[in-house]
Design a protein around this ligand. Structure first.
Ligand SMILES: [Zn+2]
Length: 542
């Protein structure tokens, strides 16, 4: 196979054409504009949930979460406790880095989620946002550590909340945008240094900035700003946010030039973005109202008893699950995965410690009953959910049975509360006004793909593709066979007739991953707590 086949993937976390088209029209993203005109582009359908870890996992494995096993930021709960955070060790399918590296080609992966702890690869790997802050083992090979620089930061913690009516809103917001901008510039330098030091056949660089900007500033960039926001401040912040996209555009240009004229460029996002919802739906409150979830009548007593225990015991027992919920009578509970996606669990005998639902006919009957009732649920006459599906209707593969029993996706109007069990059970009604950290934007399933380069035909706008189509496409572009079991065909219809002739699609038997589904990626409790603090700051855990 020709040695000049190379692929560069630039991942823009959370990017959507709904914003990028505006920025292109305003002249903020000339490099992106040029690539879009030169090749083809369309919407990229994210995973369920449309969330960073499952979506990038599907990108790098070509498989749905039922096969790679990463469904959210956390592993499935053990009993009733929320599961621990996922890591690179949670992946149960082989990644592009393994497949391409084993074929003798050189790879470079920067910040692809999950990639902590870093694995040995034929090339280099820089860990993702799930690395504990201050961790030293964030790059493979270790000798490359100086290339990251002394002040290398993987991910920035946003302020606890950015609410437009707070007195220091403007200062806080400008400070955050300024820090994000500096981070983006240093990431560009790091990527260029690594590319120079270790040229790759396949390079993937994920840039988190669009996601971080859009959670807080979506309505500044697309619309008239958040409720109660001062128009002059909104305009000032929108301008500061646009500067980050201008920088990103220059980063795209610099990376594409550094990769050379013969490389194929793929610009993709893991999920899209849109307006944050207006209303909360408290699914656990609703389950309690329907008699499917029971609160201990004695919860106050239980709480005061637990609070008197010695520290270590108290820490273990002072959980909402332990104090509030009467599991012996509870049929189901709900856990948010991202703003509009949730998993609903049944309390199954033999699976949960105090399970009371018999597996088999009773399980199916209750699951159907709850599913029908949720599909019918209305707030002020409007339906609340877009999707209420059984897990086997969404996922396919051996890990499906570890996913929640029902998967829920809200209409654009509604959103869910993270770690909502306690606040929802204390709420009076199953609906409330949506307020979450000052978010004005939220994830949507439609991301983007753009393909350009000498092998790509100038076809313009094309149909929607699933995120699982990227891995087989990349393998085909590199002249490598595609392992069986990937969930989409390669997008070879985008190739020029000559390139297509030189790119026969071949399949080989898939091999299992050497390790996968392992527990315990974090070496210490402190590392785990630091990762938790970061995710809390990003609004993913409470
Ligand atoms: Zn993301």
């Amino acid at each position: 196979m020709s040695a000049t086949r190379r692929v560069t993937v630039i991942g823009l976390d959370g990017a959507t054409f709904n914003l990028l088209d505006r920025l292109r029209a305003a002249g903020d993203m000339p490099e992106l504009d040029r690539l879009m005109r030169a090749g083809c582009h369309g919407e990229l359908r994210s995973t369920f949930p449309p969330l960073t870890p499952p979506a990038w996992s599907s990108f790098m494995t070509g498989k749905n979460p039922g096969k790679h096993g990463v469904v959210s930021f956390r592993r499935p709960p053990i009993g009733y406790r929320t599961g621990d955070f996922i890591s690179a060790k949670s992946l149960r399918a082989r990644t592009l880095w393994e497949i391409v590296g084993e074929a003798g080609l050189r790879v470079g992966a920067i910040n692809v989620v999950p990639s902590y702890p870093v694995q040995p690869v034929n090339g280099f790997m820089v860990a993702c946002m799930l690395s504990p802050p201050g961790a030293q083992d964030i790059i493979y090979p270790r000798e490359f550590r100086p290339l990251l620089g002394d002040d290398y930061v993987i991910s920035l913690e946003p302020p606890k909340q950015l609410v437009a009516t707070d007195p220091d809103y403007r200062t806080q917001a400008l400070d955050y945008l300024g820090r994000l901008r500096r981070l983006g510039l240093s990431r560009r330098e790091v990527a260029l240094r690594l590319m120079e030091k270790s040229p790759c056949d396949l390079l993937a660089l994920i840039l988190y900035e669009p996601d971080r900007v859009q959670h807080f500033f979506w309505k500044h960039l697309v619309g008239s700003g958040p409720e109660g926001g001062d128009a002059a401040v909104v305009a000032e912040l929108a301008e500061a946010a646009r500067a980050i996209y201008r920088d990103l555009d220059q980063t795209i240009g610099a990376i594409v030039r550094a990769a050379g004229p013969d490389a194929t460029t793929l610009i993709i996002s893991d999920h899209g973005f849109g307006d944050a919802p207006d209303r909360f739906v408290y699914v656990n409150r609703w389950l309690a109202d329907r008699g499917w979830l029971h609160v201990h009548r004695t919860w106050r007593l239980r709480l005061s008893a637990v609070r008197r225990l010695p520290d270590r015991l108290r820490k273990r027992l002072d959980t909402v699950e332990n104090i509030f919920v009467d599991w012996s009578r509870t049929v189901a509970w709900c856990d948010a995965m991202e703003t509009r996606s949730a998993g609903l669990w049944l309390n199954v005998k033999g699976r949960q410690t105090e399970g009371c639902v018999e597996p088999g006919a009773e399980y199916e009957r209750l699951r159907d009953e709850i599913r029908a009732a949720l599909a019918d649920l209305r707030d002020d006459g409007r339906p609340v959910f877009d999707v209420v599906a059984r897990r086997e209707d969404v996922y396919e593969g051996p890990v499906t049975e570890q996913a929640p029993d029902l998967l829920l996706y809200c209409k654009p109007s509604h959103g869910l509360r993270f770690n909502g069990l306690r606040p929802e059970l204390r709420a009076r009604a199953p609906f409330a006004r949506f307020v979450e950290y000052g978010f004005t934007g939220a994830h949507q399933p439609s991301g983007i793909y753009i393909a350009a380069g000498p092998s790509i035909a100038p076809l313009g706008r094309r149909e929607t593709k699933p995120i699982e189509a990227l891995a087989p496409t990349i393998l085909a572009l590199l002249g490598l066979p595609i392992p069986d079991g990937m969930d989409a065909p390669p997008m070879i219809e985008f190739l020029t007739p000559e390139a297509r002739e030189a790119t026969p699609v071949r399949y080989v038997a898939d091999t299992a991953r050497a390790e996968g589904g392992d527990e315990g990626a974090y070496e210490s409790e402190q590392d785990r707590e630091q990762v938790e603090a970061r995710l809390r700051a990003l609004g993913y855990v409470e």
